[in-house]
Write a protein that binds this ligand. Structure first.
Ligand code: PLP
Length: 393
């Protein structure tokens, strides 16, 4: 008999009933150190007092009002994002997938309105992940994502990650945009080198192609800058955001330049829930905190400490771990051929530490951005315990 919850996930037998900062408390009382943050969502930890205050204050006033009316909380969050990023304008969604949908629509509509109706193709890269809608799985193009869900939405060209020649050859008069994650998350914590992102920007400018960055996982302070592309000193035309921006409340956004957004006039897009007073009140509290340079400085300091300790973990467990990669507090432990990342994650559960598997045999570490030094030390003890138990098994 089919379970009452559609069985699209292989779930671990863990039942968390409470969260406190970087800790998740199981029904049976065990306290797990959370280095997953709900896959880069709980950027300020669980039940953060500032976010609880923002949520409850707004909840007692007004949860939802239609986008048929002006929404001051939405306006305030959009103004803040425009102030602290490259963007001139913002559309709010409920998820990263919806942000992907709009980013694709916006890019195609831009060229349509310019009279270049043949420009519809979006170039994407192997290992990418942009969500689970029909457009997002078509963007990924991998068999795992699209098999059985045909007909697959047309107009996506899939290139090998890092193949510069193929990229140049793929750009034609039909190319509308390049879509890329500055740091691949699901693909196994693969950062795009700064030089490559700079090169992509220059290529897009030269060829007349829009650059769409997917910062759903790597954005909102995760890499130690408010958005990951800032490290390379270039800006996109369109950017997808979600996960961390809501700190646990379902919220996403598409940020864009005035030029890139110029085709999206009244009536071309919408969302019932996108940008509610409740979601935007929480999002504003998140962005106010994370965009503070002093906060980001601490993220970088903590990231340096965690990375240094992970190098020690690798040295102590060369049979299990090969390397640490990533940026800021978006780190991946690449496992050796002897160790499956999913099994290492499972061993972590027994040691009461939460990590997340990714492709390319990588264990992802995405702790809350405000994890303390003491918690990092504790995390390493638990990861060491997990690796030792895994090796003994
Ligand atoms: C880079 C990236 N883009 C898009 C998405 C889809 O976001 P959501 O699950 O909120 O729809 C994800 C989710 O993991 C992601 O990591």
């Amino acid at each position: 008999m089919i379970p009452s919850v559609l069985p699209t996930y292989n779930r671990a037998p863990l039942h968390f009933v409470k969260g406190e900062g970087a800790w998740l408390i199981e029904e049976d009382g065990r306290r797990f150190l959370d280095l997953g943050s709900g896959i880069a969502v709980n950027a300020l930890g669980h039940a953060n007092p500032d976010l609880v205050a923002a949520l409850t204050e707004q909840a007692s006033k007004l949860w939802h009002v239609s986008n048929l009316y002006e929404i001051p909380q939405q306006q305030a969050l959009a103004d803040k994002l425009v102030e602290v990023t490259f963007a001139d304008t913002v559309f709010f969604t409920n998820s990263g997938t919806e942000a992907c949908e709009l980013a694709v629509k916006m890019a195609r509509k831009y060229w349509y309105e310019k009279g270049e109706k043949e420009k519809v193709e979006i170039l994407t890269f192997s290992g990418c992940f942009h969500g689970r809608s029909s457009a997002a799985i078509a963007a990924s193009g991998s068999e795992k994502m699209v098999k059985g869900f045909g007909p697959v939405l047309d107009g996506f060209i899939h290139l090998d990650w890092g193949d510069h020649d193929a990229l140049h050859a793929a750009i034609t008069e039909k190319t509308a945009a390049i879509l890329i994650e500055p740091v691949q998350g699901e693909g196994g914590i693969r950062p795009l080198p700064d030089q490559c992102l700079k090169g992509l920007r220059a290529l897009c400018d030269e060829k007349g192609v829009l650059l769409i960055l997917d910062e759903v996982q790597c954005g909102v302070g995760r890499t130690g800058r408010l958005f990951a592309h800032e490290w390379a000193g270039v800006t996109p035309d369109i950017m997808m955001v979600a996960k961390g921006i809501g700190g646990g409340f379902p919220l996403g956004a598409v940020l864009a330049t005035e030029e890139a957004a110029s085709g999206m006039v009244a009536g071309t897009h919408g969302s019932t829930y996108g940008g509610t007073p409740l979601g935007c009140a929480v999002g504003k509290a998140v962005i106010d905190r994370i965009s503070d340079p002093a906060f980001l400085e601490t993220v970088n300091a903590r990231a340096g400490l965690l990375r240094q300790k992970l190098e020690g973990l690798i040295a102590a467990h060369p049979d299990t771990f090969e390397e640490v990669r990533g940026m800021g507090l978006m780190l991946g432990l690449k496992c050796t051929a002897k160790a499956a990342a999913a099994d290492v994650v499972k061993a972590g559960y027994a040691a009461e530490v939460i990590t997340v598997p990714a492709a390319d045999n990588v264990v992802r570490l995405l702790p809350p951005l405000n994890i303390t030094e003491a918690e990092i030390a504790e995390a390493l003890d638990r990861l060491d315990k997990a690796a030792t138990a895994f090796e003994a098994a």
